[in-house]
Design a protein around this ligand. Structure first.
Ligand code: NI
Length: 227
């Protein structure tokens, strides 16, 4: 009986991410008060800690990954997907894309697509331009790479604040139904603040979802800009 019990427990644990991903797919943001937390510039040193916080809270998020970082931490990217989060492309070297030639923009996007595919077998359908700098040629390059552009409704400026208490206050101030909040998993104070942030958002009735869940099956579509 004990062995059977242990086996059942370990099976349940193994099956959890898939079950959670399914539960998330069933979230209907037309009914639920949804909010999307998004994290840029990783995977970084503090990303595994953030994943653990989100897992414990049953919260889903979206990560916009820098290709250079994917090369350094492919296992973290795999884990991010396995936990049911969404991932997007945040270019290879984090340049301001409108300052580049068209072929350079395409390279920034496509090299990162290839790195994420290599690490996970998954092809991203979203990208976020560094600094939010974008124009029509960037959007055209995104379309060409089969990527939707995902911006945000609120930015915490966590990289500048570097203070857990202030970052928490910024998130709570910016939170709104169907909002998309920009943070960085590379800022340790953001990760430090996350247990409290998630707790407070849940108390306020938010369901924390990925960007595709927030789009309610109507996106992301290539060449389209969201938020
Ligand atoms: Ni960035």
């Amino acid at each position: 009986m004990l062995i059977h019990g242990l086996l059942a427990t370990s099976l349940a644990l193994t099956a959890m991410p898939a079950a959670e991903a399914q539960a998330q797919a069933r979230v209907d943001c037309a009914k639920a008060k949804c909010l999307a937390l998004t994290f840029d510039d990783g995977p970084g040193e503090t990303t595994p800690k953030l994943l653990s916080v989100l897992r414990k809270a049953g919260a889903k998020a979206t990560f916009f990954l820098v290709g250079k970082q994917v090369e350094r931490r492919p296992q973290v990217v795999k884990k991010t997907l396995a936990d049911g989060h969404a991932i997007g492309n945040h270019t290879y070297s984090h340049p301001s894309l409108p300052t580049l030639f068209d072929h350079e923009i395409t390279t920034e996007l496509k090299v990162t697509q290839a790195l994420i595919e290599e690490a996970t077998g998954h092809t991203p359908t979203m990208f976020r331009p560094p600094y939010g700098h974008t124009d029509t040629k960037v959007l055209e390059a995104a379309d060409d790479a089969n990527l939707a552009q995902v911006l945000w409704t609120g930015t915490t400026l966590d990289w500048k604040l570097r203070d857990a208490r202030k970052i928490k206050a910024a998130v709570l101030r910016l939170a709104k139904r169907d909002g998309v909040i920009l943070m960085h998993d590379t800022v340790p104070q953001t990760v430090q603040a996350m247990p409290e942030i998630v707790k407070e958002l849940k108390k306020r009735g938010y369901t924390l979802v990925t960007v595709p869940t927030l789009l309610r099956g109507k996106g992301p579509r290539p060449g389209v800009s969201y938020f």
